[in-house]
Design a binder for this molecule. Structure first.
Ligand SMILES: CC(C)(COP(=O)(O)OP(=O)(O)OC[C@H]1O[C@@H](n2cnc3c(N)ncnc32)[C@H](O)[C@@H]1OP(=O)(O)O)[C@@H](O)C(=O)NCCC(=O)NCCS
Length: 176
C-alpha cells in the first residue's frame, strides 16, 4: 500500500514540486495549467507515495470568501489526482479521507469544484445548493456556470441551504 503523508506546502522540495506537476499533467491529460498549479499552493499537500514515486496528490488551501455577507476562511480542495496507471485502486479515496480529516479540524466550511461529482459523493460530499459569485473590482459577478460543479464537505450542511450566496475573490485562471 502506498504511504500517505501530509506536508505543509512550504516544506515541499523542488524535486517533489516537479514530480507532482508531472503527475497532475498525466492525470488531467494535459488540461492542468500553471494557474491550476498555483491554486494548489500555500496550504497542505497530501501525497500518496509508492517507494520513491508520488502516485497521488491532493491539496487543501484556505481562501477568504463571503458567505451570505459574512467573511469566512473556506478550506478549498485543489489538484486531486491519482496517476493514470494507479487509478481505480482506492488511492483517491484514501487521499480525500486525509484531506477531509484535516479540513474538519481547520475550517468551518470546506468546498471544491469538480466535474466528477460522483467520486466525491461516494465520500460523503454534497452538491452546493446556493449561488456562486466572484468579487471582481469590488463588483459581485454571478458565476452561475460554476454552481453545478461546486461541492461542500458534508460535515457542514448548515452552510449549504438553497439560495445561500458565496463570493470568492478573483484569481488568475479558474476562479472556482
Ligand atoms: C478522480 C480520481 C482522483 C479518483 O481516484 P481513484 O483512486 O481512481 O478513485 P477510487 O479508486 O478511490 O474510487 C472510489 C469510487 O469513486 C468512483 N470514481 C472514481 N473516479 C471516478 C470518476 N472520474 N467519475 C465517477 N466516479 C469515479 C470509483 O468508481 C469508485 O466507486 P465504487 O466505490 O462504487 O467502487 C482519479 O481517477 C483521477 O486522478 N482522475 C483524473 C483527475 C481528476 O479528474 N481529478 C478530480 C478532479 S476534481
Amino acid at each position: 500500500m502506498p504511504h500517505i503523508s501530509v506536508i505543509p506546502d512550504v516544506a515541499l522540495t523542488a524535486a517533489q514540486r516537479t514530480e507532482i506537476r508531472a503527475l497532475l499533467d498525466a492525470a488531467f491529460e494535459g488540461d492542468f495549467s500553471d494557474a491550476d498549479a498555483d491554486h494548489a499552493a500555500g496550504g497542505i499537500r497530501v501525497l500518496a507515495t509508492d517507494g520513491d514515486t508520488i502516485i497521488g496528490h491532493a491539496a487543501l488551501v484556505g481562501r477568504q470568501m463571503q458567505f451570505n455577507g459574512v467573511t469566512v476562511t473556506v478550506g478549498y480542495v485543489e489538484g486531486v489526482a491519482v496517476h493514470p496507471d494507479r487509478q481505480g485502486q482506492r488511492h483517491g479515496s484514501v487521499l480525500m479521507r486525509m484531506i477531509d480529516e484535516n479540513a474538519q479540524k481547520t475550517y468551518a466550511l470546506t468546498m471544491l469544484s469538480t466535474g466528477v461529482q460522483e467520486f466525491y459523493e461516494k465520500l460523503g460530499w454534497v452538491r452546493f445548493l446556493g449561488k456562486s459569485y466572484v468579487s471582481e473590482n469590488g463588483q459581485m459577478v454571478r458565476t452561475a456556470d460554476e454552481d453545478a460543479g461546486l461541492m461542500v464537505l458534508a460535515e457542514h450542511p448548515s452552510w449549504n441551504v438553497a439560495g445561500c450566496q458565496i463570493v470568492c475573490d478573483w484569481r488568475i485562471g479558474d476562479v472556482w
